[in-house]
Design a protein around this ligand. Structure first.
Ligand code: ZN
Length: 1013
């Protein structure tokens, strides 16, 4: 107990003026997106929602998917967005014009960065097609455009490299115009510094000989023709026309046009939903909305042999608490009273639309395990002549894909209903945190933000209690009991044996203790204003928060604001072990592993208590995200990082993240179980959670943004008749303290023909799975092994299609299944991402951070993260709400006379060409020439002209769609920041040695041909 002092906090002066925060009324109230789903008890909805079609038409051919059921609701006519998560922010959030410069960036300049010495080999290049064996006709070169549009494609839908993509319904894309006039970088020759797509390629000069018969292909072992040996004038002739290879933009546009106008009705088994980039409404008619579950394939091979042959992973990306657009109905809450939900006696599956009632309704047969269970008397209902219960449409659990049950006390810890959760704010008050203004910023923001804690539906005020801790080398707890005139501070300096020095008055109701809390938040910045303490502890902070929740016997969330590597003497003390020399060695995996098991053990204790940890990091140097992030990761928390945090440039982003993070709906103390029908079972799980056995996914917290990816394997044969079923059940405590079960059901088709599998795949979901699989793989394998395995698996997927589904006359051609024609381009983006192939400017912490973020991303997020959205700003129509058509992520699509916006979910870039009209520059930046544009601004100036308004409204809309506030970077053409921007032009060769799309496609083609020969 040494070192504990107890005393009253000295009163202090009011905050100095100038911390520019408006009154609390400027904070918009928790929006509709944040309200709890299903807050009202279930009311019969049949009159308003309308029954599903009389027959559920199982087995409807997928080709007729878009011919849906007529609209029962007005068509949604918003802009073509991928997901609508948040409303646009109100005027209170309008970013102030920036006056000061940006600090050191997350991304140090890479101007003139030298090529790593490991990448000296000649490129494995698509240009080098002359080196292909002579027996192969020039099938890779693009035919004249006249042929492009002629003739239907025979056989199954496919995309051959021989020809251009199938005729599009929208042949003229505005985006394509750009490269024809005034573009730069148009000649697609080899880049001088480009060392080769595949580092370490050693035998590039050799002629293709008899390939070794390895079971798994090693890209390095594939002979590749030497580009430099070609006479220069030959190069352009063998250049593949980038317009002849599958375009992500075209696929996205086509899906929007074909599927965006009608609601997606979920009554039919095995339907592939519209793409995540298409804006569509969902009508739940018995299967979970794709907003909750997306699958890699909606048609599962009947046998495991077939699945193995195809190598298509069978996985579902599940977002159990996803926020729905306001036009869609949140899941109904079903209350069965004291008896609780109806379940199968054997496998414990929950009542769902696929259970079969038999014997006049007295029993039901389980759709998962076939066991027959008595219907409890209170649940009995007669059947109609079709065998359907007559109350079918009155009960969500019989007619809908997603719903909630109110849990009984049997579903609660210690057979006791839970108390509402608590939020504990834990603020680093060491020198850097104080000096940067961060401490004052957080305290000011909390004063108003505490009014917007989640209310768990329609409660008058939030039931969540709050507590406050500050720390550096020691911890300070605060008593903010409502009866006190002033807050009291208690210091615990014995961090080796952490305990919470007060129980009464630590966790309080915000409204009751408002005066004391406000006083505390006013005083904290003053108290530590003159601190000299630079060292911090970390693990004791988590332990303190955990102990406080334990003492209060509730679940909750810790919001930790932390600045540095915890080097102070304490449990969980860390050392700086960053070593970029390990990159591209077998030891690289160490960089992703925690340096001690200590944090894993802390995380385990947190999970047991339902203590979720959110981490806001503000590092000025390495702070070991791989280790500090473990607790966040295993407790289902969120991590945010603001490298070189500067008030002027980063506060808007941080505050928006904080506001959203505090306000968003969270399920606490959660357990998720995925049940499947006989024949398949869930075998692997990816995401931020903890597992102590092979079936239960434990989540101290699960918020509306987090996804869990689940992989399935066969353990028996499946039948085409019965299909396959998934049921995801999430048991959680709502922010109001209510114990609930959320159930999502999904029925899939099963097939005996590989062509059916390939026709019903979803590449975006496949990429989500593959990225997570690879990002987990780097923990235990050399990165190169992981990359090779990815390439190999995708080559096998495509080779299997080529062998079994494509027409035999096309030997030697690269033929891609229609549903997977973007697999190569997206896979290449994953392969050259910062985690798998970092450039010299990417820090070890950034890689660990990205790795952790991607692991919890949904399909829409991975889609834009790996293939960013690029919009020509000069093409915006100021009189129209629509976004300009996106263009492909390649430098040759950019025009010097244009400005572009690029977003990937974490960053927004505005790229300005050197020849942009002066008027546009004036309108957007408020300066008179290109040279006067400051690339250090973090927000666009607020100017009163239509162009400025339109661009800022586009940015607001994009920000609102993403779960994190994106950092704005202004990039001038030929400026030093341009290297950062080019990193995101993912169809081009990357500075870190990543292949261009064209080169990678050629490489995949070689891999596939090797597999087929
Ligand atoms: Zn069962």
């Amino acid at each position: 107990m040494a070192g504990m002092t107890i005393g009253s906090v000295p009163t202090s002066a009011a905050l100095p003026a100038g911390v520019g925060y408006g009154p609390s009324t400027l904070v918009p109230p928790a929006s509709g997106s944040f309200t709890a789903t299903g807050s009202d008890l279930y009311t019969p909805y049949s009159s308003s929602q309308g029954p599903p079609p009389a027959s559920m038409t199982h087995g409807l051919p997928p080709t007729s998917l878009s011919q849906g059921v007529p609209l029962a609701q007005p068509a949604f006519s918003g802009p073509p967005l991928s997901m609508q998560r948040l409303p646009s922010q109100g005027p209170g959030y309008a970013p102030p014009p920036s006056s000061t410069g940006i600090g050191p960036s997350n991304y140090p300049s890479t101007t003139g960065a030298p090529r790593p010495s490991t990448m000296q080999s000649p490129p494995l290049s698509g240009q080098a097609l002359a080196g292909l064996p002579a027996s192969q006709p020039n099938h890779l070169s693009s035919p004249p455009p006249q042929q492009a549009m002629s003739g239907p494609h025979p056989g199954p839908p496919m995309t051959g490299l021989q020809g251009p993509p199938p005729p599009s319904t929208h042949p003229s894309q505005p985006g394509y115009q750009i490269q024809q006039n005034g573009s730069f970088g148009q000649v697609r020759g080899p880049q001088p510094n480009y060392g080769g797509a595949y580092p370490g390629t050693s035998n590039c000069g050799s002629q293709p000989g008899p390939p070794p018969p390895p079971k798994r292909l090693d890209p390095d072992s594939i002979p590749s023709p030497q580009l430099n040996e070609l006479p220069p004038q030959q190069k352009p002739r063998h250049r593949i026309d980038p317009d002849a290879i599958p375009s992500p933009i075209q696929v996205i546009e086509d899906d929007r046009n074909n599927r965006g106008s009608e609601p997606f009705v979920t009554g039919v088994r095995g339907q592939v939903p519209p793409l995540v980039t298409t804006n569509f409404l969902v009508k739940d008619q018995g299967n979970a909305s794709p907003r909750y579950i997306r699958c890699t394939s909606y048609n599962i091979p009947c046998t495991s042999d077939m699945a193995k042959q195809s190598q298509v992973p069978l996985a579902a990306v599940i977002k159990p608490l996803a926020t729905l657009p306001t036009e869609e109905t949140p899941p109904y809450l079903v209350d069965h009273g004291e008896s609780g939900p109806i379940r199968c006696n054997r496998c414990k599956a929950y009542m769902c639309p696929f259970m079969q009632f038999i014997e006049g309704g007295r029993r039901f047969q389980c759709c998962f395990c076939s066991c027959v269970t008595e219907v409890p008397p209170h649940y009995f209902q007669h059947l109609d002549h079709t065998g359907k219960r007559v109350d079918f449409y009155d009960r969500p659990e019989l007619s809908l894909g997603s719903y909630e049950f109110l849990a009984t006390v049997d579903y609660c810890k210690n057979n006791k209903f839970p108390d509402p959760p608590a939020f504990i704010f834990m603020i680093d008050v060491s020198y850097n945190a104080v000096k940067s203004g961060l401490v004052r910023l957080i305290c000011e923001e909390l004063k108003s933000l505490l009014d917007y804690l989640p209310r768990g539906g329609n409660l008058e005020e939030s039931a969540i209690r709050v507590g406050f801790v500050t720390y550096n080398k020691v911890l300070h707890f605060y008593n903010v009991k409502s009866s006190l005139a002033q807050p009291q501070m208690m210091v615990v300096s014995d961090v080796a044996d952490m305990f919470v020095p007060l129980l009464d008055g630590f966790l309080v109701n915000v409204n009751e203790s408002r005066t004391v809390i406000t006083s505390l938040l006013d005083q904290i910045p003053e108290m530590f204003a003159d601190t000299r303490e630079t060292e911090t502890v970390f693990a004791p902070v988590i332990q303190a928060g955990l102990d406080a929740l334990k003492a209060a016997e509730c679940a909750g969330k810790l919001f930790i604001f932390h600045t540095s590597l915890p080097i102070a003497e304490a449990p969980g003390k860390l050392k700086n072990r960053d070593d970029k020399k390990l990159i591209n060695t077998d030891k690289e995996k160490v960089l992703f592993q925690p340096q001690t098991n200590f944090y894993s053990n802390v995380a385990k204790d947190c999970v047991a208590q339902g203590c979720c940890v959110d981490l806001f990091l503000f590092p000025n140097q390495y702070l070991d995200v791989a280790t500090l992030g473990v607790v966040t990761y295993q407790t289902g928390g969120s991590i945010y990082k603001y490298t070189y945090f500067q008030l002027e440039t980063d506060q808007e982003r941080f505050l928006n993240d904080l506001r959203r993070d505090v306000q968003k709906e969270v399920g606490f103390d959660a357990v998720m179980r995925v049940r499947t029908s006989t024949g398949i079972r869930a075998t692997d799980f990816f995401g931020a959670f903890y597992m102590s056995n092979t079936t239960d996914v434990e989540l101290a917290g699960l918020d509306c943004d987090k996804t869990i990816t689940v992989e399935f394997k066969h353990d028996d044969k499946l039948s085409e008749d019965s299909g396959a079923l998934l049921q995801c059940a999430l048991l959680y405590t709502s922010s109001a303290g209510q114990r609930r079960l959320r159930i999502h059901n999904l029925s899939l088709n099963c097939c005996t023909q590989l062509a059916d599998l390939y026709r019903n795949c979803e590449t975006d979901t496949l990429i989500n799975y593959l990225a997570k699989y690879a990002y987990r793989g780097v923990l235990n394998n050399p990165v190169k092994t992981v990359r090779d395995a990815l390439i190999n698996q995708c080559a096998q997927i495509l080779a299997c299609y080529r062998k079994n589904c494509a027409s035999p006359s096309s030997a030697g051609q690269l033929i891609l299944p229609e549903c997977m024609k973007l697999l190569p381009v997206y896979l290449n983006c994953v392969l050259k991402s910062d985690v798998l192939q970092p450039g010299p400017e990417v820090s070890t912490d950034d890689r660990a951070y990205i790795r952790q973020l991607v692991t919890s991303m949904d399909v829409a997020e991975t889609n834009v993260f790996f293939y960013p959205r690029l919009l020509p700003l000069t093409k915006v129509d100021v009189d129209n709400d629509a976004l300009p058509a996106a263009i492909r992520n390649s430098e040759e699509r950019l025009s010097k006379g244009d400005m572009y916006l690029l977003e990937n979910g974490l960053n927004i870039f505005v790229w300005v060409g050197v020849n942009v009209q002066q008027g546009l520059i004036q309108n957007l930046f408020g300066v008179s020439s290109f040279s006067q544009i400051s690339n250090t601004m973090s927000t666009l100036p607020i100017l009163e002209n239509p162009f400025s308004k339109k661009v800022r409204s586009i940015m607001d809309m994009l920000q609102a769609q993403r779960s994190r506030y994106m950092k704005l970077v202004i990039v001038k053409q030929e400026d030093k920041f341009e290297m950062l921007f080019k990193h995101f032009l993912v169809e081009d060769k990357s500075m870190s040695g990543g292949a261009s799309y064209v080169d990678f496609l050629c490489h995949m083609h070689k891999e596939i041909r090797q597999l087929l020969s």
